[in-house]
Design a protein around this ligand. Structure first.
Ligand SMILES: *[C@@H]1O[C@H](CO)[C@@H](O)[C@H](O)[C@H]1NC(C)=O
Length: 352
């Protein structure tokens, strides 16, 4: 009898434990996104900049074939991640007034195409710097508190998944660009990496102080293999710029070291580094293994230089973008974003 009783209690404890386990696991009430065009779902439509994509053929494979300002033929990795957490299949842009706090309470995007960690990067095409994305996030918290009430809003803020995805533009648009800022005169590449990782450090501490506890920091891709970079490779036209890829690896390494440091320093936080460099490079080198036919050029136009306003309603496009790794000369296709999202959900995000 006693033996049976003990077994019963043990079983009950196990059930409770499992219940708790699955509850905490499933409990991501919102996705909150900061970053650049890799995650911008349309904020740039509402600011004065040429860094836009809210026209055809962008969005060709989105719901209703609608161009939304995503630099893609369809959805982005963050949209798929939201869906994987049983949240809406799209993350709305904060500046888009067709959405209200009711939508934003489940997910919101502050990202801006063409921005970087460095303010000087955002200034090049007058887009939203990371510091302003943080200001918008503070406004969002106010809106959330009036909508959900103090207690519920605090819970949403604490349990939400924060995704930070940027850094590539600090290099291709700024450091290495002819009409960038003077950063390349000021810093070696290693010093510049330290400079922007320092900004990432401050930014993550800022959102932590504001209540964030579950944070994903996305690594950057081997950007030396972007079609636009291959075609401008002075050493060997068409090959990946290996020096850029090394910079991407160094940046990712320092970002992952920062993540380890923050997990030790900030009480109660879970920061994960979501690396995609190796996966991305593998897809570029072995496209067939992933069901792609082309990993060298974008689907839009010649696929070598067209992006943003150069990829427009007059540009011819490939018939089936799902056969391409790149949609335009810089940005992945929806199918590539889905592969990245699936991988990220299975690996870095599995602890949430
Ligand atoms: C970027 O600009 C904002 C607004 O001017 C400023 O508050 C912030 O300190 C700057 N950040 C860096 C890292 O320079």
């Amino acid at each position: 009898m006693q033996q049976q009783n003990r077994q019963c209690i043990l079983l009950l404890n196990l059930v409770l434990l499992l219940h708790q386990f699955f509850q905490t696991k499933a409990h991501v009430p919102a996705i909150i996104v900061f970053g650049d065009s890799s995650v911008d779902t349309g904020n740039n439509n509402y600011i004065h900049t040429i860094a836009k994509s809210n026209f055809e053929p962008y969005g060709r494979d989105f719901y209703g074939g609608q161009p939304t300002g995503r630099f893609c033929n369809g959805r982005l990795a963050t949209d798929f991640i939201s869906e994987a957490f049983k949240l809406p299949p799209v993350v709305p842009a904060f500046l888009d007034d067709q959405y209200t706090i009711e939508h934003f309470s489940l997910g919101v995007c502050f990202a801006s195409a063409s921005t970087g960690f460095d303010n000087a990067t955002a200034n090049i095409l007058s887009v939203i710097p990371l510091s302003q994305q943080l200001e918008y996030y503070k406004q969002y918290q106010e809106m959330l508190r009036s909508f959900q009430g103090e207690a519920k809003a605090s819970e949403t803020i604490r349990e939400a998944l924060y995704i930070i995805s940027l850094g590539t533009n600090d290099f291709i648009e700024n450091y290495y660009a002819m009409i960038g800022s003077s950063r390349s005169k000021q810093f070696t590449t290693d010093e510049y990496i330290d400079f922007i990782v320092g900004i990432a450090d401050n930014f993550i501490c800022d959102i932590y102080r504001l209540g964030a506890r579950k944070i994903e920091v996305a690594g950057i891709s081997p950007f030396g293999c972007l079609p636009q970079e291959r075609i401008t490779n002075q050493d060997k036209i068409g090959e990946c710029k290996e020096d850029y890829n090394i910079v991407a690896q160094n940046f990712n390494l320092k970002l992952s070291i920062l993540v380890d440091k923050l997990n030790k320093e900030l009480f109660g936080v879970k920061v994960v580094f979501a690396g995609l460099y190796d996966l991305f490079l593998d897809v570029v080198r072995n496209p067939e293994a992933y069901g792609f036919e082309n990993s060298l050029m974008g689907c839009c136009g010649t696929g070598l230089f067209e992006e943003g306003i150069l990829c427009n309603h007059k540009t011819l496009t490939c018939p089936d973008a799902s056969k391409y790794v790149f949609w335009d000369a810089v940005h992945p296709t929806e199918r590539m974003y889905q592969i990245i999202a699936d991988y990220t959900v299975r690996t870095a995000l599995s602890i949430f």
